[in-house]
Each structure stands twice: as structure tokens, then as C-alpha cells.
Write a protein that binds this ligand. Structure first.
Ligand code: NAG
Ligand code: NAG
Length: 228
């Protein structure tokens, strides 16, 4: 029986939107520095965001700067960006502004997997950064702002334009896992659940049901030692 082109189109569309995967106990490995390796994530964000939480786990030996979570819009490549200038400094960019959290000095590079959650709330402007189960002193930015929903979301690279503009010197080299995003600020108890790899429902990005596409040399793989 002949299948009409329209039928195929509809089918392709369905498959496209259904191609999500449970990545529990898997990691994305970014094995080398490049300006091409990236993982693009899709999130069903329909409305401007007035709060969010992003959590992920990663392991790297980099001591230079790199992007960890890059959410670009057509107007602003740093609409929402979690960036590390060095092993002791996390920066959050939001709509063109930034705040930096300076951690106590670590010797050299990171010695194990690290879990982080970062959240922001427009009503107060407060930014919370959790490193493992530790909440750093809160900072504030962009009170009253809302985040544009039409985004290109990328792991492994810092976008300097919508969906591209990658710089090898800001690429991530290492392993990333357990990426989640919610449209609200998680409570301390919820952050603790996520840290322990337990479920907090209703996420926009869900590692257990991930809509993603890898490009370049990025490898989905089981972790060598499931040490977390
Ligand atoms: C981060 O924000 C500070 C002001 O708080 C500004 O001076 C600096 O240029 C910003 N950095 C970048 C890279 O945008
Ligand atoms: C990356 O850094 C290296 C060494 O610092 C430099 O030689 C090179 O020009 C940089 N590449 C880009 C694309 O900025």
C-alpha cells in the first residue's frame, strides 16, 4: 500500500516529538575541546519564565573558563547562562546581567562529580546556588524581569548566537549528567531529593524523559563508576 507524503510528514512529526529518552545512569561525555560538540535540549516552555531552577551534575578537570548551561534567545545569547570562569567561580547571566559566586579556594581542578542547582525568582530577584547540599549566600539580580521562552538550550558549549557561535576556548570537556529544569524555585528539601537522584515532578527539562540531539563529538555513555 502506498503511504501518502502527508502521512509520512505527520508520522515524522509525531516521532520527532516522541523521541525522548530516559537517561538515568547515563552521562554525556565531551571528550575533547571543540567548537562543534554540543547537546541541544528541547523544553516545552510556552510562556515567559518568572522563576526557574536548573540542576545538573558534572565532572571536569578544566581550569579555564567554560559554559555549563547555555539558554540563548534570538535577542540575547546570554538570556540564561551558567558559566564558570575558573574552578572557584560560578556566574549566572540573566538577560544581559550577571552575578558571580566565589567559592573558597580549591587546589587545582575538581576532584569528583559535583552537583549544582541554581534558581532565580523575579519577584525578589534572588539567586540561589546550591553546590551539592550546600546553599551559598544568596545574591540578587534582574528583579521584575521575565525570561524569553523561545530559546536554544545547549550543553557543552557557550552560545554566542542563537544555536551557535561556539568558542573552543569556552567549550566543556568532561562529563555531564542529571540535567533538569523547572519553572519555579525548588525548596531545600526538593534540592536534596534531586541531589540524591530522586524525583521532583513537573520539570521542563527531565533527564528521565529527555528530548535532545547531540552534535559533533559528544558521546552518550554509561558512567565508568556510578560514584554518585
Ligand atoms: C558582569 O557584571 C558586572 C557588573 O556587575 C560587569 O562589570 C561585568 O562586565 C559583567 N561581566 C560580563 C562578562 O558581562
Ligand atoms: C584559544 O586559546 C588559544 C590559547 O590561548 C589561542 O591561541 C587561540 O587563538 C584561541 N582560539 C580562539 C578561537 O579564540
Amino acid at each position: 500500500m502506498a503511504i501518502s507524503p502527508l502521512c509520512l510528514l505527520v508520522l515524522a512529526g509525531l516521532l520527532g516529538s516522541l523521541a525522548t529518552e530516559d537517561l538515568q545512569k547515563k552521562v554525556f561525555v565531551f571528550p575533547t575541546a571543540s567548537n562543534s560538540a554540543a547537546v541541544f535540549l528541547k523544553a516545552p516552555i510556552q510562556q515567559p519564565l518568572t522563576s526557574f531552577t536548573v540542576c545538573l551534575r558534572y565532572y571536569t578537570l578544566l581550569t579555564r573558563a567554560y559554559g555549563l548551561f547555555s539558554y540563548a534567545t534570538r535577542r540575547n545569547s546570554n538570556e540564561l547562562l551558567l558559566y564558570k570562569f575558573n574552578p572557584n567561580q560560578y556566574s549566572l547571566y540573566l538577560g544581559g546581567s550577571n552575578v558571580s559566586f566565589n567559592l573558597p579556594e580549591m587546589q587545582g581542578s575538581q576532584s569528583d562529580w559535583e552537583h549544582i542547582c541554581v534558581s532565580w525568582d523575579s519577584a525578589t530577584g534572588l539567586v540561589e546556588l546550591w553546590v551539592d547540599d550546600h546553599l551559598l549566600p544568596r545574591m540578587g539580580m534582574k528583579k521584575g524581569y521575565s525570561i524569553n521562552p523561545e530559546a536554544s538550550i545547549v550543553l557543552g558549549q557557550d552560545q554566542d548566537s542563537f544555536g551557535g557561535g561556539f568558542d573552543i576556548n569556552q567549550s566543556f570537556v568532561g562529563e555531564i549528567s542529571d540535567v533538569y529544569m523547572w519553572d519555579r524555585v525548588l525548596t531545600a528539601d526538593e534540592v536534596n531529593l534531586v541531589w540524591n537522584d530522586l524525583r521532583v515532578d513537573n520539570s521542563l527539562i527531565d533527564w528521565r524523559d529527555l528530548d535532545y540531539e547531540t552534535r559533533g563529538y559528544a558521546v552518550l555513555h554509561p558512567p565508568v563508576f556510578p560514584s554518585y
